[in-house]
Design a protein around this ligand. Structure first.
Ligand SMILES: [Zn+2]
Ligand SMILES: [Zn+2]
Length: 119
């Protein structure tokens, strides 16, 4: 992680009222945490894995299973330990992309595949 990314994640933290502290200080905006800058930085970190999605078919580049495969799910849980909301934001963003790519797939099954294993 570069210093810039670290400083973004250090400033954009959750305030007591659930709003992003960094957005309030820097941009005078009330933004619910995690804001888009946190979501963007955390999703960029999560992209560094051999078990990344092969687009546009969304199979795993590491093992060929439907993405996120069992290995990637374990990695994600470790990467986002203590930040379940950020993980859900990241997976939600991937689900939106996958839904566009896999327009033939039933929406319910994609939702289960990307977000259903979180609980
Ligand atoms: Zn923010
Ligand atoms: Zn895999």
């Amino acid at each position: 992680m570069s210093t810039v990314e670290q400083s973004i994640l250090a400033v954009h933290v959750r305030g007591l009222d659930g709003m992003c502290v960094g957005c309030r200080l820097w941009r005078a905006r009330l933004t619910p945490y995690p804001c888009w800058q946190v979501a963007w930085e955390t999703s960029r970190q999560a992209r560094v894995s051999t078990h990344g999605p092969v687009l546009p078919v969304w199979s795993c580049g590491g093992c060929g299973a439907p993405w996120p495969c069992a290995t990637r799910r374990r990695e994600l849980l470790a990467e986002y330990e203590g930040a379940p909301v950020s993980l859900a934001v990241y997976l939600g963003a991937q689900l939106v992309r996958a839904t566009a790519d896999l327009s033939w797939a039933p929406a319910g099954s994609l939702h289960r595949r990307f977000l259903g294993w979180l609980r």
